[in-house]
Ligand binder design. Structure first.
Ligand code: FES
Length: 81
């Protein structure tokens, strides 16, 4: 069985206002379309990478400056990997 996919999104105020507010909604929408795959979404406190924000992690890999125009592709690719 495949291990669960984990997505951790920084919910610190800087990342949130730099785009993770939108990114969160997009991620939630994508996950709801993958009922057969175990995807665990969680929020994190500030990761002290504010200047590179918004940041999030797909598994253990950090992504920085994640724009809402690219988040869907990133997440879909990760979930299907
Ligand atoms: S608020 Fe996200 S790294 Fe600081």
């Amino acid at each position: 069985m495949k291990s669960p996919k984990t997505i951790t999104i920084c919910m610190g105020s800087s990342c949130f206002s730099r785009g993770n507010n939108q990114n969160l909604k997009i991620i939630q929408e994508i996950i709801s379309g993958y009922e057969g795959i175990d995807v665990q979404l969680s929020g994190a406190l500030c990761q002290e990478q504010c200047s590179k924000g918004p940041v999030l992690y797909l598994g253990d890999t950090m992504f920085s400056c994640v724009d809402s125009s690219e988040i869907a592709d990133l997440v879909e690719t990760y979930i299907n990997s």
